[in-house]
Design a protein around this ligand. Structure first.
Ligand SMILES: Cc1cc2nc3c(=O)[nH]c(=O)nc-3n(C[C@H](O)[C@H](O)[C@H](O)COP(=O)(O)OP(=O)(O)OC[C@H]3O[C@@H](n4cnc5c(N)ncnc54)[C@H](O)[C@@H]3O)c2cc1C
Length: 131
């Protein structure tokens, strides 16, 4: 992080990343606007949390977005895919969540509509053995 802020090269630090890390000039890979935003952001964090900028901190790779950049379209009421009935696109990969809680909430919403769908299908088809 400090090498990035100083716009110079330096050694890669120890990392728990299984594939290992290779040092590179991140500021030469990213466009200027991103370098500026990243630099200002970590400085802001350092004001909020002293020590955020540190020789022991290491940027790993480049993440351009925090969740899926595409969304599989679905019907607003049934939550089923517009093109594939019976498919319920949900969670982060389908573009409906960006974190643990939103993914969980979306999962609950999907479970609810599936339960309603199953209940509406079984009305009138109850046998003593069905549950
Ligand atoms: C490093 C990291 C840190 C994060 N930190 C936070 C955080 O601090 N707070 C926060 O809110 N969010 C965080 N997130 C985001 C959060 O983890 C995800 O948004 C959330 O887990 C998405 O849940 P999901 O159920 O939609 O997808 P996932 O949790 O990815 O679940 C998808 C499941 O589908 C399975 N699967 C995939 N393909 C198939 C297939 N073909 N057949 C069968 N199964 C399949 C996968 O094995 C997986 O179990 C972080 C994510 C990462 C990567």
């Amino acid at each position: 992080m400090t090498d990035f802020l100083a716009k110079k090269s330096g050694p890669a630090l120890k990392s728990s990343c299984p594939s290992g890390v290779v040092a590179t000039r991140l500021d030469q890979l990213l466009p200027d606007a991103l370098n500026k935003a990243l630099g200002e952001s970590v400085q802001q964090f350092d004001r909020w949390m002293k020590g955020f900028i540190s020789d022991e901190a290491q940027f790993h790779g480049v993440e351009s977005r925090t969740s899926c950049p595409i969304r599989i379209t679905r019907d607003k009421a049934s939550l089923q895919s517009l093109s594939h009935k019976g498919l319920y696109p949900s969670g982060e990969g389908a573009g409906y969540a960006g974190g643990i809680t939103s993914a969980a909430c979306d999962g609950i919403a999907i479970a609810d509509v599936i339960a309603q769908e199953v209940a509406s299908r079984s009305i009138g088809h109850h046998s003593p053995h069905s549950s």
